[in-house]
Design a protein. Structure first.
Lengths: 109, 114
């Protein structure tokens, strides 16, 4: 299972764009990259998933370079309610999903 | 939007007692999962379940744990003889397909073992 590395924490201000980068140097050919958000005492919430290049949905964008050894979650114009832990996961054909420590994002007014 | 539900939201039990945590996965989903999160720590995979059998489990999921899909809608996690260290949030998740398909998580059950 590919291991992921993310910054432990990040600070931002309301209205800014936030980019959280995750490295996954030993990602395998069949692995997908998935990002989840978690608020305190709540279950993780799916944000976005991608395999290569760029994926965008109504919440975020995911940028994956050609070598796929890293990925960047981009949150446009964050608000206070985006304060949460963000997890980068690399998932392959097995069912076991490994969560890392995640990145604690603090959005300030 | 359909969602995974879990009951109870909080369970308090005495050490050595059996507890059953309940989950109702999203209705057209076929794969079910349990995770736990000890306070302040990472979310940890426990087990995945498909077609009425365990498809994968972690080293945490020892003989004191069992899972069951007793009917067409519920998915349960039983802890036979709870220990203090079982105190955690337990999350159920489901996905329509397995492997890389998106897993949708429930709100969790906070288990407190005294």
């Amino acid at each position: 299972l590919a291991k992921t590395t993310q910054p432990i924490s990040m600070d931002s201000y309301e209205g800014q764009e936030v980019n959280i980068t995750c490295s996954h140097n030993n990602i395998a050919t069949n692995d997908y990259i998935t990002w989840y958000q978690q608020f305190p005492s709540q279950g993780p919430r799916f944000i976005i998933q991608g395999y290569k290049t760029k994926v965008t949905n109504e919440v975020a964008s995911l940028f994956i370079p050609a070598d796929r050894k890293s990925s960047t979650l981009s949150l446009p114009r964050v608000s206070l309610s985006d304060t949460a832990v963000y997890y980068c996961l690399v998932r392959t054909g097995g069912f076991k999903t490994i969560f890392g420590a995640g990145t604690r994002l603090f959005v300030k007014a | 939007e359909p969602e995974v539900t879990q009951t109870p939201s909080h369970q308090v039990t005495q050490m050595g007692q059996e507890v059953i945590l309940r989950c109702v996965p999203i209705s057209n989903h076929l794969y079910f999962y349990w995770y736990r999160q000890i306070l302040g720590q990472k979310v940890e995979f426990l087990v995945s379940f498909y077609n009425n059998e365990i498809s994968e489990k972690s080293e945490i999921f020892d003989d004191q744990f069992s899972v069951e899909r007793p009917d067409g809608s519920n998915f349960t996690l039983k802890i036979r003889s709870t220990k203090l260290e079982d105190s955690a949030m337990y999350f159920c998740a489901s996905s329509r397909q397995g492997a890389t398909d998106t897993q949708y998580f429930g709100p969790g059950t906070r288990l407190t073992v005294l």
